[in-house]
Design a protein around this ligand. Structure first.
Ligand code: AVJ
Length: 325
């Protein structure tokens, strides 16, 4: 309602209870047990994620922000986009780092934030309306890993599809290819994907980033159990699961788990399900893949895209890349 007042369109594709139920049923009845990371992000989980970004050990957010601050004008010169589609825009707090240089270049007309969280998008819009008077905003509430076909088609205006924050690190290699295959038709020859990716680095930097001393990431990890307790009437005891973050050097990814501290049976009344855990048994709740330039170039090539710009911070901890058809 507040949004309609601003003339902002919101198209909702609400994530259904059924999707959570299916993911939990499948993930907790297979071995090893897994849960998809997207269910971390209820209101509390989103808050905890914002808190993670402020932890001294969690470098990706501030490294990406500093990098974008540094190279935003170069990106705007390379692709003077009139339209920005931002996938996983969340609360859009860092969006100005991309929108400002495009706005300053006189190019920006339209912004399409895309996120599964209606609350995050609704919270973001008033600030955007104020910061960019006259900017057309067309918000989309949907799952950007599967619902990209619902997005507007290219209309000839230069466009950037931005996927920042290294969220792509949550995807398995085949899922990355599926994602890029969905993005490809959104891009004409003058358009580009702007992708933020965390890079492979020393394990001594990587592991603490996912196991901060203040325990915020641990709370974030356990929050998925609170979500299941609430939505599916389960009785997970949050303190009966330890948080764990481990670098897998072969698959070049951080693996985040919840490890049962004892033998236990958890009842999930909403599914009519009882789940047995042995002491030490774990649930894989998230993977956070780290990338190299060569691997990304190959992934782009497979999807019919070519790397057109590569920007990294002085420590080579994080990269922004531009890819076009
Ligand atoms: C939002 C997927 C980029 O993998 O670094 C942070 C999520 N999980 N700490 C990441 C996360 C635990 C984050 N991404």
């Amino acid at each position: 309602q507040a949004l309609a007042e601003h003339g902002v369109e919101v198209h909702a594709f609400p994530e259904s209870w059924t999707a959570l139920a299916a993911d939990v049923l499948h993930g907790l009845s297979t071995t090893p047990k897994t849960l998809p990371p997207k269910w971390f992000y209820d209101a509390r989980g989103s808050e905890l994620f914002d808190a993670i970004c402020n932890q001294p050990e969690y470098y990706p957010t501030r490294t990406e922000a500093a990098l974008l601050e540094d190279v935003g004008a170069r990106i705007a010169a390379e692709v003077p986009a009139a339209e920005v589609i931002e996938l996983g825009s969340g609360s859009s707090t860092k969006s100005p780092l991309l929108l400002d240089p495009l706005h300053d270049a006189g190019a920006l007309r339209r912004y399409v934030p895309v996120d599964v969280s209606a609350a995050a998008i609704e919270g973001a819009i008033p600030g955007l309306v104020e910061r960019y008077p006259g900017l057309e905003i067309d918000a989309r509430i949907c799952d950007f890993t599967t619902d990209l076909h619902g997005l507007p088609r290219p209309n000839g205006d230069p466009r950037i599809v931005a996927f920042l924050g290294s969220t792509i690190g949550n995807l398995q290699p085949v899922e990355v290819q599926a994602f890029l295959a969905q993005v490809r038709p959104l891009l004409g020859p003058d358009d580009a994907l702007l992708l933020g990716t965390d890079l492979v680095k020393d394990v001594g930097v990587l592991e603490p980033a996912y196991d901060d001393a203040a325990g915020v990431t641990a709370d974030f990890n356990r929050n998925v159990l609170a979500v299941i307790n609430r939505e599916l009437l389960a009785d997970f005891a949050l303190d009966a699961f330890d948080h764990e973050a481990m670098w897998n050097p072969v698959l070049e990814r951080i693996e985040i788990r919840l490890r049962s501290v004892r033998d236990q049976v958890v009842r999930i009344r909403g599914l009519g399900l009882e789940v047995t855990f042995q002491a030490g048994e774990s649930i894989l709740t998230e993977i956070s893949r780290k990338f190299r330039r060569g691997g990304l170039e190959r992934a782009y090539a497979q999807a019919g895209l070519r790397l057109r710009g590569w920007y990294q911070d002085p420590d080579a901890w994080y990269a922004l890349s531009l890819a076009s058809p």
